[in-house]
Design a protein around this ligand. Structure first.
Ligand SMILES: Nc1nc2c(c(=O)[nH]1)N[C@H]1C(S)=C(S)[C@@H](COP(=O)(O)OP(=O)(O)OC[C@H]3O[C@@H](n4cnc5c(=O)[nH]c(N)nc54)[C@H](O)[C@@H]3O)O[C@H]1N2
Ligand SMILES: Nc1nc2c(c(=O)[nH]1)N[C@H]1C(S)=C(S)[C@@H](COP(=O)(O)OP(=O)(O)OC[C@H]3O[C@@H](n4cnc5c(=O)[nH]c(N)nc54)[C@H](O)[C@@H]3O)O[C@H]1N2
Ligand code: SF4
Ligand SMILES: [Mo]
Length: 876
């Protein structure tokens, strides 16, 4: 309860793997107030901009409310019967490996557990893979090779107590903002040093002591050099090596590796080694810059090697730390949701493990070998080996490498089922059967965050329409396929208890994942389950792993691996001279189906863009705000250019968020070739060779509308504003009838038009109103930059227009692009306040404008706006 007298329910944020606790208070009208849970160990009350805006994303306007067959509404029974029949008949005719599930690290543990049980224990195939293949698979391989199990040794407290934190391929400030704030708080308190290892300069660098812009993919060489240096300086922990095999071979290989490949100066490398070697309490955090690489698994082992050789693992403030991306990436690994794992961290190819699970499930059929990993799986779909495919809680037509080919493969698959909360995704639009799932805040279960803490998500809103929880949909199909008893769960609590009991079987077999202490929870105790870090068993509870060895290889020892740096699979050529790196924006989540519902979140970076070094832009004849076309053999994209020295010459960066629904030419994975790590099968999402050219358009447009637009231009991107929608547009073909175009765009057949066209200049301004109320407006110019500037200059100065555009009317200062999403404070407002108020610190900006005082995710951007006093030793 809080002051308002309405009850609040504890739950967990559905976005990143930090796993922040939230307190939810429904307003009784379908709305939701959200605040950080002060008692949750992950966030202690803090939330980032995405968590803070959750209340803006629970509306129903884009929700899928009923099952559909071939786009037509159908009753649940008909849809479920059809799914069960199609899967059964494919299996009967072509065998169990002719069907596949492609699921998600955003599923709740209970959903994930039944999906995996259905495929691996009952259908008898291992063809269940997950978007975690694109996300954590290399870490899983690295952990298993080194530790004998997929164990994250440390905890979040280690970030509070480390003296040095090295962030490798992690834009923590944008992707794990609350953890980043926690790290910056530790820095303020105890002077923690921070090093960022990332080819581009990110917001995370603002709080760092050292930024190492290494060459793409060269992390193995960097950590090999560190290992060699550790040995040379006699800083190996000989005592800890009792617990480790493979030291000599790993060291010899490391010593032979090519330092030049790193692309950093000797001074930079020396500074890195000095800090790492001389700081005993060091945490090396790693994320997608490590995982999403054809040498991802080796990158992970190169990092683990350094921690093992120095015994810097499993003690306070020490250790390698893989931060997980999705809210339940860890839970998915625990239930064995990857095609090459079983359940409870057991191994599919180990006969004892298989027998134990088969026995526990009383399962009719168990696969003896790994199933198809995501990239192989969609290739098998394309080759028509997969006859029935079920995609749950993920959007592979956008997020898989070679995305256009994946989209085409799904489109021609004999039978595709998609479970989603909306029909408006590139993948859902390809489904034969579309099943409506309940969304976050409507469903119940558990998730596990980056530091092994299991937290409850709790339902506080009624399921809309006919939506059902994912576990229930999966169980209904399992039962219709003939396994009545095995899928007769009355509640998520029962599934969780079974999962916990199975983990006890795994624990008895010597595995790390053991939560058997939770297998007898009453329903009430499950409902009330506080955040709990595993393991939870009679002998072990929730601390760190490996302080005194105790690894999960049969001999109880860890392995150091000999690894050698390899360049990314595809090299740049004269034809494709740029390396395209891809990643995330601060305020959008993946394919935007939820975050784009929030006008506040959509105000930050409202268009797809490509970051280019100014020198490269000059050679290409590209100016800021021009459109740029990127091409390679895999596909093409058109994006807005941003000129920035954050990029190294020869490299480009583009966000992953845009889709056929929001900006069809910005589906960035259309350009990412499907090259994978040989051990993990994880795709190389961060190093695609591309060509870049200025995209010349006949016209550029900017449009606002109270209702959603249906743009057809060669380039367009559409986002929300507080009072409607806004689009950027560009076209190749000259248009003469702007009125006709605009009426189609806005769907306004009869609205009154005011139009000003200058054919000689190629400009046009159109405003549509009904009963004196502005409904929509379009501004056209032959020049990209002119669109916005001229548009703003000609706006009628009314409040209504200001709200519709999300911009200030003439005569009032334009707040500029939103920097602080929590309080809606714009760049210009902040810059003016800094100048007029002589503000020198982020705290001073906070006092003046509130900006940066809630989630803190914009603090790096605020720092960057301050007069340059930063202590960053940049790469220059
Ligand atoms: N705002 C927001 N937060 C998110 C998400 C989101 O969609 N939006 N998604 C969540 C998910 S699922 C994930 S997996 C995480 C991802 O979190 P992060 O891994 O932090 O995010 P990315 O932007 O994918 O990539 C991180 C950095 O890797 C760098 N990089 C590229 N190549 C290399 C290389 O060869 N070596 C090194 N050292 N670095 C390289 C990129 O320049 C980039 O800055 O974020 C989670 N949090
Ligand atoms: N080039 C490039 N590609 C990448 C990456 C990259 O860095 N670069 N990152 C990769 C990574 S790390 C990841 S994790 C993936 C993410 O990629 P995806 O998983 O494809 O992206 P999401 O938008 O999270 O997709 C989740 C889908 O689930 C739906 N959904 C939401 N709630 C529910 C629910 O409760 N039930 C069901 N059934 N559906 C629901 C959403 O509407 C949405 O359609 O992208 C990968 N692709
Ligand atoms: S850091 Fe932000 S997105 Fe991640 S769990 Fe916390 S509130 Fe959610
Ligand atoms: Mo991810």
């Amino acid at each position: 309860m809080d002051g308002s007298g309405l009850p609040e329910t504890r739950s967990t944020c559905p976005y990143c793997g930090v796993g922040c606790g939230v307190l939810l208070r429904p307003d009784g009208q379908g709305g939701l107030a959200v605040r950080g849970d002060p008692d949750h160990p992950a966030n202690q009350g803090r939330l980032c901009s995405k968590g803070t805006a959750l209340g803006q994303t629970v509306g129903l306007e884009q929700r899928l409310l009923h099952p559909q067959i071939n786009g037509q509404r159908a009753p649940w029974d008909t849809a479920l019967d059809l799914v069960a029949d199609k899967f059964k008949s494919a299996i009967a005719t072509h065998g169990p490996d002719s069907v596949a599930f492609y699921v998600s690290g955003q599923l709740l543990t209970e959903d994930y557990y039944v999906a995996n049980k259905l495929m691996k224990g009952f259908i008898g195939s291992a063809n269940i893979d997950t978007n975690s293949r694109l996300c954590m698979a290399s870490t899983v391989v690295g952990h298993k090779r080194a530790f004998g199990a997929d164990t994250v040794p440390g905890t979040y407290e280690d970030l509070d107590t480390a003296d040095l934190v090295v962030l490798v391929g992690s834009n923590l400030a944008w992707c794990h903002p609350v953890l980043h704030q926690r790290l910056l708080a530790a820095k303020a308190k105890r002077g923690t040093r921070i090093i960022v290892v990332d080819p581009r300069r990110t917001a995370t660098c603002e709080g760092a002591d050292l930024h190492l812009p290494l060459a793409a993919g060269s992390d193995v060489a960097l950590f090999n050099h560190l290992l060699a240096q550790i040995a040379q300086e006699g800083r190996i922990d000989a005592d800890y090596l009792r617990h480790v095999e493979g030291f000599s071979a790993a060291l010899a290989t490391a010593q032979a590796d090519d330092v030049a490949a790193i692309g950093l100066s000797r001074e930079q490398i020396e500074a890195f080694c000095r800090l790492w070697i001389d700081t005993p309490k060091v945490v090396t955090v790693f994320s997608q810059g490590v995982n999403q690489s054809t040498s991802g698994s080796d990158k992970v082992n190169a990092i683990l090697n350094c921690h093992l050789a120095t015994g810097r693992i499993g003690t306070k403030g020490c250790g390698p730390f893989s931060v997980t991306g999705q809210p339940n990436a860890m839970g998915g690994r625990e239930v064995g949701g990857l095609a090459n794992t079983l359940a409870s961290h057991l191994e599919i190819e180990n006969a004892d493990h298989r027998a134990a699970v088969q026995d526990f499930w009383d399962a009719p059929a168990m696969p003896e070998k790994a199933g198809l990993k995501a990239v192989e799986l969609f290739q098998a779909v394309a080759d028509q080996q997969i006859k029935a495919l079920w995609i749950i809680h993920t959007n592979p037509a956008v997020s898989m490498p070679d995305a256009d080919a994946v989209r085409d493969a799904i489109a021609q698959c004999d039978f595709t089922v998609v479970s989603d909360i909306t029909a408006r995704t590139d993948t859902a639009q390809l489904a034969d059967v579309l099943l409506p799932a309940t969304a976050w805040a409507e469903k119940s279960g558990t998730v596990t965050n980056s530091d092994r803490t299991i937290s409850r998500q709790r339902a506080v809103l009624a399921a809309p329409g006919e939506a059902r929880p994912d576990w229930q949909i999966l169980c209904a199909v399992g039962q219709r396929m003939g396994w009545e008893q095995a899928f007769a769960y009355p509640s998520p609590a029962e599934i969780f208890k079974e999962h916990a009991a199975l983990s006890g079987v795994a624990g008895a077999l010597g595995r790390d994942f053991d939560i058997s202490g939770l297998h007898e929870l009453t329903d009430d105790a499950y409902d009330a389950l506080p955040p709990t870090r595993w393991p939870v068993s009679k002998s072990k509870t929730g601390g760190r792993f490996f302080k005194d060895g105790g690894f999960f290889h049969p001999d109880g020892k860890a392995r150091m691996l000999p690894v050698t740096a390899r360049a990314p699979a595809a090299a740049v050529t004269a034809e494709h001279p740029f390396v395209l790196n891809t990643g995330r924006n601060r305020d959008q989540w993946h394919t935007m189906t939820r975050t784009a519902l929030s006008p506040r979140l959509s105000a930050h970076l409202a268009e797809p863009y490509v970051d280019i070094h100014p020198q490269d832009a000059k050679h290409l004849g590209v100016s800021a705000a021009d459109l740029v076309a990127l091409d390679n053999a895999t596909g093409r994209a058109i994006l807005r250019a941003r000129l920035t020295e954050a990029q190294q010459p020869g490299t480009l960066f583009a966000p992953i968020h845009w889709t056929g629904q929001t900006a069809p030419t910005a589906r960035i994975d259309a350009l990412v070739p499907a090259a994978t790590d040989p051990f993990s099968g994880q795709p190389e999402s961060k190093a695609a060779p591309v060509s870049a050219k200025r995209f010349t358009a006949a016209w550029y447009g900017f449009a606002i509308s109270q209702t959603e637009m249906t743009p057809k231009a060669a380039y367009w991107a559409q986002v929300r504003t507080d009072a409607g929608w806004r689009s950027e547009l560009a076209g190749r073909t000259p248009v003469t009838d702007w009125e006709g175009e605009a009426r189609l765009l806005f769907g306004l057949e009869d609205a009154e038009l005011q139009m000003l066209q200058d054919v000689s200049k190629g400009t046009a301004r159109l405003a549509f109103s009904e009963n004196g109320v502005l409904k929509a407006a379009l501004f056209i110019s032959p020049h990209p930059v002119a669109v916005m500037r001229d548009y703003l200059a000609t706006l009628p100065g009314s409040e209504a227009t200001a709200t519709l555009t999300g911009r200030a009317p003439v005569g009032r200062v334009d707040p500029g692009p939103t920097i602080c999403a929590c309080f809606g404070v714009g760049l210009n407002t902040i810059a003016t306040a800094i100048e007029n108020g002589n503000l020198l610190t982020v705290e001073a900006i906070g006092e003046a404008l509130q900006a940066g005082t809630n989630c803190g995710a914009c603090r790096p951007e605020l720092t960057a706006l301050l007069p340059q006093t930063s202590n960053l030793q940049a790469a220059e």
